[in-house]
Design a protein around this ligand. Sequence first.
Ligand code: PDD
Length: 280
Amino acid sequence: MPELSYLNGKIRPISETYVPVEDRGYQFGDAVYEFIASYNGKMFCMKEHLDRLQHSMQGLSFPKLSETFIENAVFELFEKAEIPRAGIYIQVSRGVAPRDHAWPKEIKLQVIMTIKEVKEVPLKLRKDGVDIIIVQDERWSNCDIKTVQILPNAMAKQKAKNQGAYDAIFVSKDGIVREGTSSNFFIVKDGRLITPPLTKNILPGITRKVVLDLAGDTGIKVEERFILKTELFSADEAFLTGTITEILGIKTIDGIQIGNGKSGEITQKLYKALREKAEI
Ligand code: PDD
């Protein structure tokens, strides 16, 4: 079960792959990415991830790269690595060119991937829920595009860790709740599931969509609407969603207990339903 990398068609051990220093992803953050997970040797929501990758590439005016080409490359790497519970990181950069803010016409997209075993969220955190903090959202206004420009996300996650918390959620300066550093955000109030609507200020999470569908299937009422910071502390439950995060209950926000201070009942029910769907 080797951990491997892919660079423009070549598959090698990760430690043997080098990206040229003038890759625009490296110098300008001029690259987009996806992260796909597999369960029991089967990729979960691959099409949805590849569609979102296309959306991100269009968002940065990249030339078209066929979905079949990327799909085949992902499968080739996945089959070589033989890791049943894998995390595949896919990055497409605008390419390599002498450093200049504008790019030359003849530049060629560069596709980089890595495949590794997924590090599961510890079971104790899944049961007990996690502590999160609030950070003001100072990111750019195209957060629906999954670019590698995620330094504010990294800084916010590190701030949370430095304070002994698990993660952070971004809240606008007007008090509108957006999303986590690498996850979407939900609350439960009076049996209803509430999550921010899709705008350019959040990533259209694949897990978010799966959770909304699962909630619909199990008869849980869903509202996609703005959540105010002031509403957070009267929520019955709150959770994060993401490809690795899956569905992760929140026990405190900025030190204030949410609901009964554990991963809530609806959170657990949806987590179970998600695992069942993914593990088929
Ligand atoms: N991140 N919001 C942000 C800012 C994210 O970075 C992610 C995912 C999500 C959840 O999206 P999805 O459900 O499609 O994974 C929401 C990935 C996992 C990452 O950065 O590695």
